[in-house]
Design a binder for this molecule. Structure first.
Ligand SMILES: [Zn+2]
Length: 182
């Protein structure tokens, strides 16, 4: 679905917010399965106008992040649930234990920005970890309107935009469907 315009509160144009973003995009890619993307969008929409958050599961390799699952985790911030999230650390540890030895791991975090652009805030920057993918879903009028991925740049001082691509498995499935047409 399309939303004609995502609101951009004044603070997103302030120097504090502009300083969060690197002009140079990341060389890595964030490949997301359609299932993971749909699950994130559904959670984000369901919690609108509050923030939803969760974990990104999959594999990290030299070319970027391969995300095959987005798992919703409770936002513990009930006081400012509209613009802040605190991911439940116990849920994090439980998922971390569950994945131990599976070859898959927690490789990022997603959260929603109700009625705000899918751009990270200074708060998001202060909480960011090196090597993690950060997906932000902008929710607007109750639907997921824009989805972007970010990761700390080499200096670790700003977020670089990471292009989001379909997962290899989804691309292959699409190609085989297209090839089967007469
Ligand atoms: Zn945020």
């Amino acid at each position: 679905m399309q939303v004609s315009q995502i609101p951009e509160p004044e603070r997103f144009r302030s120097q504090d917010y502009l300083n969060v973003l690197d002009d140079v995009p990341a060389v890595e890619r964030c490949r997301v399965t359609a299932a993971a993307m749909q699950s994130m969008h559904a959670s984000a929409a369901r919690h609108y106008p509050l923030e939803a958050c969760g974990l990104l599961l999959g594999k990290l390799n030299a070319t970027g992040w391969d995300i095959d699952e987005a798992r919703e985790v409770e936002n513990l911030n009930t006081e400012r649930a509209a613009d802040r999230f605190i991911l439940d650390p116990q849920a994090y540890q439980a998922v971390d234990r569950e994945l131990a030895g599976s070859g898959r791991e927690i490789i990022g975090i997603w959260h929603s920005h109700p009625d705000c652009p899918a751009k990270p805030s200074p708060t998001d920057l202060s909480a960011a970890w090196d090597g993690f993918a950060y997906i932000i879903v902008s929710t607007c009028q109750g639907i997921a309107a824009d989805t972007r991925c970010w990761a700390l740049n080499d200096s670790g001082e700003r977020f670089a935009a990471v292009p989001i691509e379909a997962s290899l498995a989804d691309k292959q499935a699409q190609e085989s469907t297209a090839g089967a047409r007469p």
